[in-house]
Design a protein around this ligand. Structure first.
Ligand code: ATP
Ligand code: MG
Length: 224
């Protein structure tokens, strides 16, 4: 089976005045549909940079990212926006929810960007929040939710428009061990039941071992 998401020879060099920082150095990686892959590596090894390239948040300096065998390089701005909206979802350590909006509104907004309206949008919002175990927290704002609950809202939002892939950057970084296990249990269930594909950065080896199919290690901008 060919890869769903892949990078071939991807490098990223940041120019900082006269200095250049090589965040990614000729990285190649393949993620197959339905795989749960963990990325580990020391701080500064390029994990977030790689996720950002795969998620279409930034462009490689060289090399190419492929989704469903299609290179992202030639995508127009508009195609790239569609890719980020419909093909991949992202979650982060700090949840990144909109603080003034309720759980329901945070998810509904993503659906609105995806073109869903009215009753259909309300129904899908409710279904998504129920799927992550939050049907009793619809009107809570982020500050009125626990860390684990906020990350569940972020998952519902990331999956709102049915992406094939979830990219997760230290999703349990702000959760205690019990909450982290619960959250990864939910993600693993989505892989098993809904055939979601996940690429997750985590510094926690035990979590990576328990929940991922495979672990990729990075060092100094390279996959090792
Ligand atoms: N926008 C940027 N401009 C300049 N340098 C950057 C930028 N983003 C990242 N870097 C540098 O690239 C390298 C890789 O950063 P990255 O954030 O990918 O590391 P990481 O593996 O995610 O680390 P951590 O575990 O601490 O999150 C680091 O040396 C960082 O300083
Ligand atoms: Mg990082």
């Amino acid at each position: 089976m060919s890869a769903l998401l892949s990078a071939t020879g991807v490098s990223k060099v940041y120019q900082m005045g006269t200095n250049s920082v090589t965040a990614l150095d000729n990285v190649s990686i393949e993620i197959k549909e339905g795989e749960f892959v963990a990325i580990q590596g020391t701080s500064g090894s390029g994990k977030s940079t790689l996720l950002n390239m795969l998620g279409g948040l930034d462009h490689p300096s060289s090399g190419e990212v492929f989704f469903a065998s299609k290179p992202l390089g030639p995508f127009t701005k508009r195609e790239m926006a569609r890719y980020r909206r419909f093909s991949v979802g992202m979650i982060f350590q700090n949840f990144n929810l909109i603080p003034t909006m309720s759980a329901e509104e945070n998810v509904s907004l993503a659906l609105a960007f995806g073109g869903l309206r009215g009753q259909q949008r309300r129904d899908r919002t409710a279904r998504l929040l129920e799927r992550v175990g939050l049907k009793d927290r619809l009107s809570h704002r982020p500050s009125e939710l626990s860390g684990g609950e906020q990350q569940r809202v972020a998952i519902a939002r990331a999956l709102a428009n049915n992406p094939k892939v979830l990219l997760a950057d230290e999703p349990t970084g702000n959760l205690d061990s019990v909450r982290a296990h619960e959250l990864l249990g939910l993600l693993r269930e989505m892989v098993n039941v809904d055939a979601l594909t996940i690429l997750m950065v985590t510094h926690d080896h035990e979590l990576a071992n328990s929940f991922a199919h495979r672990i990729v290690f990075m060092k100094d901008g390279k996959v090792v």
